[in-house]
Design a protein around this ligand. Structure first.
Ligand code: GLN
Length: 476
């Protein structure tokens, strides 16, 4: 009997290559786990009924010697990534019946590689949240302790991998939505450098911050998914075209730094961080020291402004991006007495409260009279944060912090939105600076909850982040 909870993409791929396992068996085992656990955990909004069909094709590909590292591997897809012919709801009622008319770039790449798309995963509405409690389809439960949240907003994708319903998953990360749920579910989660993975076909939350990235059990597995989706795409105007640089592709196969100096912004770790998270962080530092890493305290006074900057720029972009959901062009429509009444009814019924809060906040900071005071100022601070990182990376290879200030918390525990926003204190700055970051499991808390540690690297150092895990030892 296959134990999907323990099986890696790497191992499953080897087994399939040797003929010891078929994709049909692998996908069937995942479907069985879904059947047994999805009702309770609420991970998948839809399981694709052609999954077995896809796996048969993958088995053919392998048989014909055309297999890749992802051929036949079941991958779960966050419900804000478009797959032709399937509903893509972004966890919202307003898009409940919206069917994608094209494949997102990353989906095209996964299909070309022969991966099996197993289903679309539950998420916070329009990727706004840190617990998946904001989904219009009910919260996802953490497979490690179902009385707790799996993190968010990509909680469904994280829970799918952690519960053996898929071997890997795609999420999107605007302020931490891959790394924080990875940390809560004991997985590796990675946010790439802005522009190296196409956003074409990703339902936009905040366009200058969003990136798609992988979830997996190991860095090696996460890298397999990453390597498949990191390509130039002419359909995304922010996609990085490496061919123009004349140096080929600097990310795939880029060397890892050998001096390995890790910067720790000590001042930033003082307040509000759970004692067990701090302890786990210190243990990880020790492990790295023993592996020959140099650990250096760094002073980054602007990091504390990341969250305020995020909560101005992100809602501004949210209000702009979601304005198209007006009951006319896309999604749910409720007839009113006139066009404005229809807008009002469609949005009032279609959007949940966190989405409404951010649309209102974003409209406010973009409004005449407040634009200079908030939005413009936030962009100035954003540039200063980018510069602070650039300067720090002249001294160190990575900046290391805990991924989140806590381990997985209980449902309803963070009632005040501000408390919830603080969950992203360590993750948002990488999105603000457009640089890559990874969350790696560091240890378990005294009650067995996973804790993660985060490494942030300079732009385009993505591949080197995957190499750190082996120096942290076995943390499961
Ligand atoms: N938790 C953050 C928020 O609510 C980040 C979300 C994300 O990365 N999509 O905005």
């Amino acid at each position: 009997m296959l134990n999907i909870k323990e099986l890696t993409i790497e191992k499953a791929g080897e087994m399939m290559k040797k003929g010891e396992l078929t994709s049909v068996d692998l996908v069937s085992a995942c479907l069985k786990n879904i059947e047994e656990k999805n009702k309770e955990l609420n991970v998948f909004l839809e399981v694709f009924n052609d999954a077995i069909e896809q796996s048969k094709k993958a088995d053919e590909m392998i048989k014909n010697g055309k297999g890749t590292e992802l051929t036949g591997i079941p991958i779960a897809i966050k419900d804000n990534i478009l797959i032709t012919g399937y509903v893509v709801s972004s966890g919202s009622k307003i898009l409940e019946n919206y069917v994608a008319s094209y494949d997102a770039f990353v989906i095209k790449k996964l299909k070309e590689a022969g991966a099996v798309l197993i289903g679309r995963t539950n998420m916070d509405e329009f990727a706004m949240g840190s617990s998946t409690e904001n989904s219009a389809y009910g919260p996802v439960k953490n497979p490690i302790d179902p009385s707790r949240v799996p993190g968010g907003s990509s909680g469904g994708s994280a829970a799918a991998v952690a519960s053996g319903m898929a071997l890997g998953a795609l999420g999107s990360d605007t302020g931490g939505s891959i790394r924080q749920p990875a940390s809560f579910c004991g997985l590796v989660g990675m946010k790439p450098t802005y522009g190296v993975v196409s956003r074409s076909g990703l339902t936009a939350m905040s366009s200058s911050l969003d990136q798609i990235g992988p979830f997996a059990k190991t860095s090696r597995d996460a890298k397999i998914i990453f390597d498949c989706i990191v390509r130039y795409d002419e359909m995304d105007s922010t996609s990085v075209d490496f061919s123009l640089s004349g140096v080929g592709h600097p990310i795939v196969g880029c060397p890892t730094p050998d001096k390995k100096v890790v910067g720790v912004p000590r001042d930033f770790l003082k307040d509000g961080v759970d004692i067990e998270v701090l302890k786990s962080f210190e243990e990880s530092l020790e492990k790295l020291k023993n592996k020959g890493y140099e650990i250096k305290d760094v002073v980054m006074p602007l990091l504390e402004y990341s969250l305020p900057v995020y909560y101005i720029i992100m809602p501004a972009e949210v209000s702009t991006n979601l304005s198209r959901l007006d009951g006319v062009r896309y999604g749910l429509r409720k007839e009113g007495d006139n066009i404005f009444d229809s807008y009002k009814k469609s949005k009032s019924i279609g959007f949940g409260s966190e989405t409404k809060r951010r649309i209102i906040l974003g409209t406010y900071v973009l409004s005449h009279g407040y634009y200079d005071a908030y939005y413009n100022k936030a962009w100035k601070v954003r540039r200063a944060i980018i510069k602070e990182y650039e300067d720090i990376f002249k001294e160190v290879d990575f900046v290391m912090t805990p991924t989140a200030p806590t381990a997985a918390f209980k449902f309803g525990e963070k009632k005040n939105p501000l408390q919830m926003y603080l969950e992203d204190i360590f993750t948002v700055s990488a999105n603000i600076a457009g640089i890559p970051a990874i969350s790696i499991p560091s240890s378990l808390s005294s009650i067995g909850l996973p804790i993660g540690v985060q490494f942030v690297g300079p732009a385009f150092s993505d591949e080197s982040l995957f190499a750190i895990e082996k120096d942290l030892g076995d943390n499961k």
